[in-house]
Design a protein around this ligand. Structure first.
Ligand SMILES: [Zn+2]
Length: 493
């Protein structure tokens, strides 16, 4: 069965998807409530039951370390594949074309946090990734119709873990999240045939072996979920609705992987430690602090446990305890940029931007290649409410955008910064870029037109505004207006 990829309101979803639809409704409600509350210290999505998109430099880096060798083994360029983290306890993973998410090219591999947390070791997670890569490389991906294409992923790709709190201060972003979640849910309903499943399993076994990995993890992960076979679709994890399991299928895969040269390969201690850290971080952000203190008891002195507890303190608004825990971790690991990032975030969200600044600055200094760290520093500088610091904020936001041009949240911050600097033309252009990155062409056109009015003619910025205007589905009247004021001469560039 090929699922319909059109966004649908929950009530029109097939019955087996209603549970998810309802959950999305729940998410919408809690996010709406958060709108208007200034910088709540507890991330909005932590209270919601529905999926949300997550950005986190550290988690993305670990996932790429896990996945890139598999992509390469499949003959794909890892740079063409965007890994999307979906904050949802349900087990799911899916692959789609970038085009389905409004990206100009490439593929997307989406992984639920539930999948990451339920994978007992890196090899199991890498096995699931290899299976999805089998669907990508095998071309089993449905394309949505042109009329349904929306750039939906990119804007929320700008959000850090727990930074949905930032969306709470940005009603449009929160709104876009709600709208897109439904679309996203529909998009993830892949529904592969038994033959496609078998081919993806076989491909996975090949890629894993080529990458020097055992296929044992994938078999173990499926085996662990075997009990789900007898459940109705409604009770199954999402992944096993779209990728139906059977004893026969698992046995066929087991026979194959056991015969491969790298069957006995095991995860490196370093990979295991990173997997634990990633799980601890995700759980600490997604679960209530009380749960984290149960999962990671005070007696557990491992890095992952201390990290999880530090995040839980920050989420529980016990900022001083969080600082103590983080400073102790930093003393032991002074070169870990993510400890400074969490510290910066905890301080920023408790209204202590001035103290957050040096923490983020240190994170940026250690890892200047990470766009999200520049974004956080820029946002913090802007929040200092000191006009003398706005230029620095602009510079950091620009660095983020240089590395990640479609980061809508960075464009939004940049628009605010230019307004503060008294540069309305630049501010409108940044707003146009923001909507353009979100795929919201109507607003992109409106802001591009305003930018053109206020920017000096024939400057690069004015031309960029003209370009956005021209690609944002202008009407005939729009184009007539444009040719009158000289813009048309640039349309043919
Ligand atoms: Zn599958």
């Amino acid at each position: 069965m090929t699922a319909c990829l059109a966004p649908q309101p929950p009530s029109t979803l097939p019955s087996r998807f209603r549970r998810l639809g309802k959950a999305l409704g729940g998410a919408a409600a809690s996010i709406s409530l958060a709108v208007g509350v200034l910088a709540p210290a507890v991330p909005a999505f932590a209270q919601s039951q529905g999926p949300s998109f997550i950005r986190d430099t550290e988690v993305e880096e670990i996932l790429h370390e896990d996945a890139d060798p598999i992509f390469t083994a499949a003959g794909l360029d890892p740079r063409d594949i965007r890994i999307l983290i979906v904050g949802d306890k349900d087990i799911n993973a899916f692959a789609t074309t970038g085009g389905n998410l409004g990206m100009s090219s490439g593929s997307v591999l989406a992984l639920n946090t539930g999948t990451i947390i339920k994978a007992d070791n890196p090899n199991e997670l890498i096995g699931v990734i290899a299976h999805e890569t089998g669907h990508i490389a095998g071309g089993h991906i449905a394309r949505s119709g042109d009329g349904q294409k929306q750039a939906l992923g990119t804007y929320i790709l700008t959000m850090g873990l727990g930074v949905l709190a930032a969306a709470a201060g940005a009603p449009d972003a929160a709104f876009a999240l709600i709208g897109n979640s439904g679309y996203f849910a529909a998009l993830s309903m892949a529904g592969y045939t038994r033959e496609q499943e078998s081919r993806a399993d076989q491909a996975a076994a090949t890629y894993l072996d080529r990458a020097g990995q055992s296929g044992k993890g994938l078999v173990d992960f499926f085996d662990k979920m075997r009990y789900q076979e007898v459940f109705s679709d409604l009770k199954k994890y999402r992944f096993f609705v779209d990728h139906p399991l059977s004893g026969e299928r698992i046995d066929a895969l087991r026979v194959r992987v056991e015969a491969l040269p790298h069957y006995k390969a095991v995860d490196s201690p370093e990979a295991i430690e990173k997997h634990r850290i990633m799980q601890a971080k995700l759980k600490a952000y997604m679960n209530l602090p009380q749960q984290t203190f149960i999962d990671y008891k005070e007696t557990d002195a491992s890095f992952a446990a201390r990290y999880a507890r530090a995040i839980a303190y920050y989420k529980a608004l016990e900022t001083d305890k969080a600082m103590k825990a983080l400073d102790a971790l930093i003393a032991d690991h002074p070169d870990n940029p993510y400890l400074y990032e969490v510290k910066g975030q905890a301080l920023f969200e408790s209204g202590r931007a001035k103290e957050a600044e040096p923490a983020y600055r240190k994170a940026v200094q250690i890892k200047p290649s990470a766009p999200l760290l520049h974004l956080s520093l820029g946002q913090t500088l802007l929040a200092l409410d000191d006009d003398k610091r706005v230029d620095e904020a602009v510079a950091e936001l620009r660095r983020c955008i240089d590395l990640e041009g479609d980061n809508a949240f960075a464009w939004r911050q940049l628009a605010e910064a230019y307004d503060r600097k008294g540069e309305p033309g630049q501010a409108r252009l940044a707003a146009a870029e923001q909507y353009f990155a979100l795929g919201q062409m109507k607003d992109a056109k409106i802001f591009a037109a305003r930018a053109r009015e206020q920017l000096p003619k024939n400057t690069p910025q004015w031309r960029r505004a003209t370009d956005i205007f021209l690609v944002a589905n202008p009407t005939k009247d729009d184009l007539k207006g444009l040719s009158r004021d000289g813009g048309a001469s640039f349309s043919g560039r």
